[in-house]
Ligand binder design. Structure first.
Ligand SMILES: Nc1ncnc2c1ncn2[C@@H]1O[C@H](COP(=O)(O)OP(=O)(O)OP(=O)(O)O)[C@@H](O)[C@H]1O
Ligand SMILES: [Mg+2]
Length: 667
């Protein structure tokens, strides 16, 4: 018997009713309709959410109502509505797939349909040319039209009277509402298993999965599977993510960060509490002033070292003993400069004083006080934790203290994305959570985000990451600085291991009129510091005097630094001065300039978003540009745990892109 005959014998026959039953509930309940017979087979279709697409299935069922003898494969493809020709057209060969009628066809068909849905959704971008929606030309006030610039492919508003009028305006690509995006997903069986677990299990759970496998999406949707009468908390990794998720989450869920959760407890217990991020500095200064001058000088010289020891002691929930400090100094590579005895003694005193005073708190205290049960914690029935791989011990204790007696934790994380070890995160946070909670672990198996070529790259670091069967090949290329400058556009993300290399390219885009932000308002603050330095030196206040003083200050500093061969610092000052000048264009007062700086440096992704890899954790973009790949691993990393974290940082960087990943060559 040859192979074809064997398969032929196994081909399944089914009726129209059986086939239609196989289409029910496959795409989140969206019903299929029958288009009738085409080429001798019944054809079914389903609209894809609110896009201009539909999925079409050719069933193999002929006019007798039974799967035909001759056709042995069920075909699936995506069509889009072609306005000009007023008809449906096939989306392209990537959207076409088929499955044989061999046993198991309903499951395979379901996967093909879900893949087709994902392809249709991914293809639904704004059209290339759109009439303006109320945009009027800045020159002649005529309507405007969305056009694409030839040399870089960027879109812009152009006057509809062109070539008579050459007025243009910048175009900001509309951002899809995350809530809408989530609603349209077709959940996988693994994701549904998490929802089922959230709704019905009594156990703690840890969803452990690779980058882009839908952890955050699943966690947010999971909130909808909790009882609206229960106390539900969601702990997001940072304020930006928490703010975004608060919009998506159901109203009975309390979204917070670790810090806001902890701080809320302190405020509830203490009433008014001041926040001072320099609390340790001021306390240490007072301690030093009561000591003999020689010792005070040592303390002043090692102020940062002592503060770091205290901070990490709190993060690790350890007692302030010499053994603790020795362990921390060794683990985090803190140099005590031969002054260990005095430094440890002072660190112990600083720890005690800072933990005795709850009227002023710093960021460590926000966690440490409730984690150490110095204040009672708000209690939850279910507490979701995202990015659980980066919890430190104090944060983990805060979570435990935040549960009702029958309360449960459902944590989401990826061990290979643990990148905050340097700041005290427990690199074994996930295994420790599983062990201490006796938690059930739940998997999510594939990355929905990354195309095949990026997954292949990430596999060199995390072999178990897998692309979806329908994932596209993706673009993976090395490009020149020039190509980057010409090609970066709204919605792209630009990443680097360190912040400094982001500054120049971000500013050069801004100077060219392309909207760009650097994640981290602190950089904006550094420009303000430079401005106020120049103002203080020259004793000036107005915008024009400030700019003149700034140019003078810049030239002086640059030539001093150049003489000292500190070229990169010289370059950075020059760049900052040039940026302030560029930003001042169109401003007539200092407050207008300050407002502009406020808006460019942002804690929210906007325009072309520049970010350190750390800050990009959990984020994604269609196009990602990586600057200075040579800084991953960072040249200063030495200890094995540091090298592991550096590998994790690379893994995070390589898994942010949904479509195109470019490595920008360094000039
Ligand atoms: N069932 C699904 N079908 C199609 N796309 C999905 C599905 N679930 C999630 N996604 C998409 O996959 C991408 C990654 O999702 P998400 O950010 O939730 O992953 P993650 O595991 O939290 O990523 P990271 O590891 O970076 O934190 C998002 O674009 C999301 O919309
Ligand atoms: Mg995530």
């Amino acid at each position: 018997m040859d192979r074809e005959q064997t398969e032929g014998d196994m081909i399944e026959q089914f009726t129209k009713e059986e086939f239609e039953a196989g289409l029910v509930g496959v795409l989140n309940g969206t019903p299929f309709s029958c288009l009738g017979l085409q080429q001798g087979e019944l054809v079914y279709t389903v609209p894809v959410a609110d896009t201009n697409k539909r999925i079409v299935v050719r069933s193999t069922i002929d006019s007798t109502g039974i799967a035909a003898e001759r056709a042995d494969s069920i075909r699936v493809w995506v069509e889009y509505w072609h306005k000009k020709s007023d008809r449906w057209a096939a989306l392209g060969k990537d959207s076409k797939s088929w499955t044989t009628r061999l046993p198991g066809w309903p499951e395979r068909l379901r996967d093909r349909l879900r893949a087709a849905w994902a392809i249709a959704m991914a293809d639904s971008k704004p059209k290339a040319r759109v009439e303006s929606n109320g945009e009027s030309c800045p020159k002649c006030e005529a309507g405007m039209v969305l056009r694409t610039r030839g040399y870089d492919g960027n879109q812009f508003w152009g006057c509809s009277m062109f070539p008579k009028c050459k007025g243009t305006k910048n175009y900001e690509e509309p951002r899809e509402e995350p809530a809408a995006e989530i609603k349209k997903l077709i959940w996988s069986d693994n994701q549904k298993a998490v929802f089922e677990f959230v709704a019905n299990s009594k156990r703690h759970g840890v969803v452990k999965a690779v980058a882009g496998s839908g952890k955050t999406s699943t966690a947010v949707e999971g909130l909808n599977h909790t009882s609206p009468d229960s106390m539900v908390g969601y702990v997001a990794f940072n304020k930006r993510i928490a703010t975004e998720l608060a919009r998506r989450a159901p109203s009975h869920a309390h979204v917070s960060t670790n810090h806001s959760l902890g701080f809320g407890n302190i405020r509830a217990a203490q009433g008014k509490v001041k926040v001072n991020s320099r609390k340790l500095y001021f306390l240490l200064r007072d301690i030093g002033e009561n000591l003999p001058t020689a010792e005070n000088n040592v303390i002043k010289e090692n102020s940062r070292v002592i503060q770091k020891l205290v901070s990490l002691t709190k993060a690790n929930m350890m007692e302030p003993t010499t053994e603790t400090f020795e362990y921390i100094a060794d683990r985090w590579n803190i140099d005590t400069n031969g002054e260990g005895e005095l430094i440890y003694r002072t660190a112990a005193q600083l720890f005690k004083q800072s933990t005795a005073d709850m009227s002023v708190v710093d960021f460590d205290d926000m966690i440490w006080f409730p984690a150490s049960e110095k204040v009672p914690c708000k209690k939850f029935d279910v507490l979701f934790i995202d990015e659980a791989q980066d919890l430190n011990k104090a944060q983990a204790s805060l979570m435990m203290n935040s549960l009702n007696p029958d309360g449960r934790i459902v944590a989401f994380g990826d061990e290979f994305q643990s990148v905050y070890g340097f700041a005290g995160a427990d690199s074994d946070s996930i295994p420790n959570l599983i062990k201490s909670l006796d938690a059930e672990t739940l998997p999510l198996s594939i990355t929905y985000r990354c195309p095949k070529s990026h997954v292949a790259l990430a596999q060199s670091l995390v072999p178990q990451i897998e692309a979806a069967p329908w994932a596209k090949e993706g673009t993976l290329e090395t490009v020149s600085q020039h190509q980057f400058a010409q090609g970066a556009r709204t919605g792209d993300m630009v990443l680097c291991r360190c912040n400094a290399p982001l500054v120049g390219p971000a500013f050069s885009l801004i100077r060219r009129g392309t909207k760009a932000v650097i994640l981290g308002r602190d950089i904006g603050k550094s420009l303000m510091v430079l401005i106020s330095k120049a103002q203080k030196k020259a004793k000036v206040h107005s915008l024009s005097d400030t700019l003149a003083a700034l140019i003078e200050h810049g030239e002086r500093e640059v030539s001093k630094l150049t003489r000292m061969k500190k070229h990169s610092r010289a370059q950075s000052i020059e760049d900052r001065v040039e940026t302030i000048i560029a930003l001042s264009d169109g401003c007539s007062t200092m407050s207008q300039l300050e407002e502009k700086i406020e808006t460019i440096f942002s804690d929210e992704a906007e325009g072309v978003t520049f970010s350190s890899v750390h800050k990009a954790k959990g984020l994604e973009a269609n196009t990602v540009w990586i600057l200075r790949d040579d800084l991953m691993p960072h040249p200063k990393a030495e200890a094995p745990w540091e090298l592991q974290q550096e590998a994790n940082i690379r893994y995070v960087a390589y898994t942010r892109s949904k479509s195109r990943l470019f490595f920008v060559e360094d000039d």
